[in-house]
Write a protein that binds this ligand. Structure first.
Ligand code: SF4
Length: 398
């Protein structure tokens, strides 16, 4: 495919819901004019959400980091500490439950339990914590972890991945957040996360989870030096599994942050690369319902633009986040601003559940909640002032 007419015909086909090949997706990613690409992706989004195409969703949630101890030492990560390092910390269950209480108080509906691969944390650790959280806060959805954590906890406990999934699901895990996907193709993955399971194994575990009734989102880390072909190959690997399981609810690309990690920011994805990827994902992943723009890593302006490039969801007001913030992501927001960002993009904001039902459609700005305490990073430790919001009786973030 070398002529612009060919690109146009592929864009038209994809915009109308037709399937495109990985080779065509790569050509679009490399060569399609940016506006034409965005227009086609937006048409595909509108087509999929006919009747509610004027809406863009968000969620209120909290990441709860239970430990930074990790044996996996990914080169892009600024969050972890080697298990014997004096930088290691862990949060006890009482602390975690206080964070859950605060999430509920602020209208949050979801928690992402997120941490390192602690050398002692097997399936039992997650069972204990998930069942305690569910007992105390049954209304909170536990949307957490991913195939990497499953592989690690199963190894520590000496059980199969299937048993690990069954047990943590029974204890309260509702769905997997799809953490640890990073980049799935072999060369790109080994370059940044040599001690993680392979991309094939990551997908195998997610497929297993979907078969056991535990759905997930899927993610992608952009900007660590991967090639364009590897980016599209990552999408192809996800689409192939999705054809069999239908268990990926969403695709969420986000960008590598350059501070405090072994890769030292030698490479980064540009905003244009990010927008192109969002658009190609909408066109190529014809079997994944939701595409999320990550204002947290690319910034609020670029996040807002993703809504014109095929994204239907702008992520969350994340009450706490320490992982990408440790690596230099300093964008912060709050509920009022997120509603404004969505409206200024010409869309009606709707607070969603983990499963993407609209909980509140914020049709009229006059009816917007006056809850000034729903701010991102309110007790994050990775950003200055993260625990200093005056209106909250915050848990000790130290
Ligand atoms: S990304 Fe996760 S697995 Fe990798 S070093 Fe960081 S905490 Fe550990």
């Amino acid at each position: 495919m070398t002529e612009n007419a060919d690109l146009t015909s592929v864009l038209d086909r994809a915009a109308q819901g037709g399937r495109i090949t990985a080779e065509e997706a790569l050509e679009l990613y490399r060569r399609a004019p940016l506006h034409a690409l965005g227009q086609a992706a937006d048409a595909a989004r509108r087509r999929r959400y006919a009747g509610t195409e004027h809406i863009a969703t968000y969620i209120i949630e909290r990441n709860i980091n239970y430990t930074n101890a990790c044996v996996t030492a990914c080169k892009f990560c600024a969050f972890y500490a080697a298990p014997k390092s004096d930088r290691v910390w862990t949060r006890d269950l009482d602390d975690i439950l206080r964070r859950c209480a605060e999430t509920v108080e602020l209208g949050g509906t979801q928690i992402m339990f997120q941490g390192g691969h602690h050398p002692d944390y097997g399936v039992e650790y997650y069972e204990r914590h998930f069942s305690a959280i569910k007992k105390a806060y049954p209304e909170l959805v536990i949307h957490s972890l991913g195939a990497s954590e499953v592989e690690h906890m199963a190894r520590i406990s000496g059980v199969s991945a299937e048993e690990a999934i069954r047990r943590i699901h029974a204890a309260g895990l509702d769905s997997f957040a799809g953490a640890g996907a990073e980049l799935l193709p072999r060369r790109a993955r080994t370059a940044i996360a040599p001690l993680k399971e392979s991309g094939e194994r990551w997908l195998e575990i997610m497929e297993l989870a979907h078969g056991l009734g535990v759905e997930s989102t899927s993610t992608m880390l952009m900007g660590t030096g991967e090639t364009n072909a590897e980016r599209i190959e990552h999408l192809r690997m996800i689409r192939d599994v999705q054809d069999r399981t239908g268990g990926f609810r969403a695709f969420i690309p986000y960008t590598y942050q350059p501070e405090n990690n072994t890769l030292k920011g030698r490479t980064q994805a540009t905003v244009f690369e990010y927008l192109r990827l969002i658009a190609v994902a909408r066109l190529f992943l014809d079997n994944v319902a939701h595409i999320q723009g990550s204002w947290l890593t690319v910034g609020k302006d670029a996040g807002q633009l993703t809504l014109h490039y095929g994204a239907d969801d702008l992520g969350s007001v994340m009450l706490e986040e320490n992982v990408v913030s440790s690596a230099g992501a300093r964008h912060r927001s709050n509920l009022t601003e997120l509603l404004h960002l969505i409206r200024a993009a010409g869309r009606v904001p709707a607070q969603r559940s983990t499963t993407y039902e609209h909980l509140v459609v914020n049709e009229d700005p006059a009816d917007d909640p006056e809850e000034g305490r729903v701010v991102s990073h309110l007790s994050s430790t990775a950003l200055d002032g993260g625990s200093a919001h005056p209106g909250l009786k915050l848990v000790d973030a130290g």
